[in-house]
Design a binder for this molecule. Structure first.
Ligand code: ADP
Length: 330
């Protein structure tokens, strides 16, 4: 029996290079080694203001981009969170095992509260508990995520441990799994690349549009003139090279940037070439799938059916361990 792997993505905007380099590339890499569950987490996405009429298309876009990137639906389970009601049911239960203090320490809540001052809703606060429920419902042991999610996975571990201590062994303690580049900054070089901050390159962007964005992207700000030596370790372009370029190219840039042999424009051109080579088949496949919504809905329906069976089984065990089963079984 393969170990269970769980991860999610919000349908809150375009899938971007941060998602790809921080998480999706690992999903594709691990697809044969684990029993994989990939969830489009629409209940998470509603914690930020959105237009209801755009949600279905965003869900389809997320599915198309992920399948285009290599998530073969015959090898993994892809589904939409709200199609499996047990996610929110388990979240309610887990709300009762974790303290307010734990949630108050979550930096993502603090960041998102700053970014969404007009809508600091309770869902935004309890977001990590729903995330723990997402993972634990499938007894997920491995969770490939970007660096921004490490704190939430630590909390999921804490929740699993507390539940097991209180009600008996039920859940495994999930572990995060990171890529070589777990944190991609936005094009401004200051904040994390994010769907909601409009500082991103999308996974399905055209080569011209990618170049326009790369050309104006912030590099090492101390490098003012072409002849100034650069520090690749603090440059977001170099971080992206680590995701798209060969080891040889990375080493070459590392040394030639520090000695000013290569300028930022040439470094960006090299990155652009490598990015376009890797992303073109993903864009083409994704665009093809977007035109076939019947296929995408079929994949998501099949995924949800498998998940519903597993979720029912886990919830049966949870209720039994908590002494909640007898009335339900009458
Ligand atoms: P977003 O923050 O863009 O809304 P999601 O919350 O949907 O992204 O995250 C989906 C996955 O992508 C998560 O595993 C998350 O850690 C990862 N991720 C998101 N942004 C980045 C980034 N800038 N760098 C690395 N990984 C990221």
């Amino acid at each position: 029996m393969k170990k269970k792997l769980f991860s999610g993505i919000q349908p809150s905007g375009d899938v971007h290079l941060g998602n790809y380099l921080g998480a999706i590339s690992n999903w594709v890499r691990l697809i044969d080694s684990y029993d994989c569950f990939f969830c489009i987490v629409d209940y998470h996405a509603i914690t930020i203001d959105y237009k209801p009429e755009s949600m279905q298309q965003r869900i389809l876009n997320a599915a198309a981009a992920n399948i285009g990137a290599g998530l073969d639906p015959d090898k993994c389970t892809i589904f939409v969170q709200s199609q499996v009601p047990e996610h929110t049911e388990l979240a309610w239960i887990l709300n009762s095992v974790i303290s307010m203090g734990h949630l108050e320490r979550m930096t993502q809540f603090k960041d998102k509260s700053m970014q969404n001052k007009g809508n600091i809703n309770v869902g935004l606060f309890t977001y990590p508990v729903l995330q723990a429920a997402d993972i634990l419902l499938y007894k997920g042991e491995v969770v490939p995520v970007g660096e921004d999610q490490i704190q939430h996975i630590e909390l999921a571990r804490e929740i699993a441990r507390k539940f097991n201590n209180k009600y008996g062994g039920t859940f495994p303690e999930p572990q995060e799994f990171l890529t070589e580049v777990p944190r991609i900054m936005g094009l401004d070089g200051k904040t994390k690349m994010s769907k909601s901050l409009n500082n991103y390159i999308s996974l399905v962007e055209s080569p011209d549009s990618i170049w326009k964005k790369l050309a104006s992207a912030v590099t090492d700000e101390n490098r003012k003139r072409r002849n100034d030596p650069g520090n690749p370790e603090i440059c977001n372009i170099f971080t992206m090279h680590k995701g798209f370029s060969t080891q040889e190219q990375i080493e070459e840039i590392r040394s030639s940037c520090a000695t000013a042999e290569i300028g930022c424009v040439d470094c960006k051109k090299m990155l652009h070439e490598n990015m376009v080579r890797e992303l073109t088949p993903i864009r083409e496949k994704s665009n093809e799938l977007i035109d076939d919504s019947d296929y995408l809905y079929g994949v998501l329906k099949r995924g949800a059916e498998r998940c519903k069976d597993i979720a029912k089984e886990t919830m049966g065990l949870v209720r039994e361990n908590m002494g909640l089963s007898s009335l339900k079984d009458c």
